[in-house]
Design a protein around this ligand. Structure first.
Ligand code: HMG
Ligand code: MG
Length: 311
């Protein structure tokens, strides 16, 4: 008999967002070659889906200005999806010009956040996404949809689950194959995670949902565990806990991939990931940024490695 009171999935897919969601908010500039080296190390570690850049205004997010170079020079592995974030047709065309394997569009459950992040209302953003979805369909390219602020907004506070469900449902009906639910400011706890996923899953099938949790209040792993128990099998995370969101002040990084994989390994949940190589990728980018990883697991292994070396 399982030791777990509720079922958990046998396998989980990790969507690595560090090179995009992570690096878009790091103050220390990372050049294209180092971004490429990071993406290749993540690929070597066995990650099968890597959001590798975004085609947004460089005035809004200067850290992503090298995305064309990154996609052009990247040594790709056939089994890996190298995805890009695209806010409008111009971004989509730029992503297609460098053969991004997939694109992601990003809406929000909060009007104020939508205005601050992409300079338009939720309704206007959906209208902007429509031609992207049509063009992607014609080009045989899959589109992932994000909903930000699913558990709270930096400007509006609490967000009702029904509001999240409405936007998620629209993106799904428009043709997104998966909807990633973003706790952009990391305020959620298992109680409201459960309510929100319940509300969304009455409109979008559970196997078409992913969770995208930031760790601002230290709740991300607990929240992921709650989501896994509800049937979620796709988890977004960022190597070394990189990032935050430029339009969500105080939002710390995404949950660290190292922390998520450590937990999944402990639960006996399969991933395709080599844990030691994953740690190496995190240490590589942390060194480039001149800071320690925001991952307790990574720092614990680093301390152990240094102690072993000195003994
Ligand atoms: P806008 O000012 O409303 O639009 O920006 P615009 O059409 O007037 O364009 C403004 C300028 O951007 C113009 O340049 C355009 O040419 C240029 P200018 O004439 O001033 O020199 N421009 C572009 N440049 C490059 N690529 C493009 C592009 N489009 C226009 N595709 C826009 C609208 C959406 C462009 C802008 O608001 C923007 O780029 N926002 C980026 C927001 C962003 O990247 N946020 C972070 C990602 S979202 C996130 O992290 C949350 C997520 O992780 C989930 C979660 O955590 O919850 C997904
Ligand atoms: Mg994010």
């Amino acid at each position: 008999m399982s030791i777990f009171p509720l079922s958990i999935p046998a396998q989980v897919k990790i969507v690595e967002v560090g090179p995009r969601d992570g690096l878009q908010n790091e103050a220390t500039p990372v050049n294209a070659n180092d971004k490429i080296a990071l993406i290749e190390k993540l690929t070597d570690a066995g990650i099968k889906y890597i959001e590798s850049g975004s085609f947004v205004s460089p005035k809004w997010v200067p850290q992503m200005a090298t995305s064309t170079e990154v996609f052009e020079k990247l040594n790709r592995v056939k089994e890996v999806t190298y995805a890009a974030l695209t806010p409008n047709m111009r971004g989509f065309e730029a992503a297609m010009a460098v053969n991004a394997n997939e694109v992601a569009i990003f809406g929000a459950a909060s009007e104020s956040f939508s205005q601050k992040n992409i300079n338009c209302s939720i309704e206007e953003s959906l209208a902007r996404f429509t031609p992207i979805i049509t063009a992607a369909k014609n080009a045989n390219v899959k589109v992932r949809g994000y909903v930000s602020c699913v558990l709270g907004c930096p400007y509006e506070g609490d967000i009702p689950p029904e509001q999240v469900a409405k936007v998620a449902m629209k993106l799904y009906q428009m043709g997104c194959y998966e909807i990633s639910l973003g706790d952009t400011i990391g305020v959620g706890t298992p109680a409201n995670v459960t309510k929100m996923i319940q509300a969304v899953s009455t409109h979008v099938p559970m196997d078409k949902l992913a969770v995208h949790f930031h760790d601002t209040y230290g709740q991300a792993l607990t929240n992921i565990y709650a989501a896994l128990q509800m049937g979620i099998t796709t988890v977004d995370s960022a190597i070394a806990g990189l990032g935050g969101c430029p339009y969500a002040q105080g939002a710390s990084g995404n949950v660290a991939t190292e922390d998520v994989v450590y937990m999944l390994n402990g639960l006996g949940i399969k991933t395709s990931i080599n844990f030691n190589q994953l740690l190496e990728a995190g240490w590589f980018i942390s060194e480039k940024l001149g800071k320690a990883p925001i991952s307790k697991v990574s720092n614990a292994y680093l301390a152990k490695k240094l102690a072993d070396k000195n003994s």
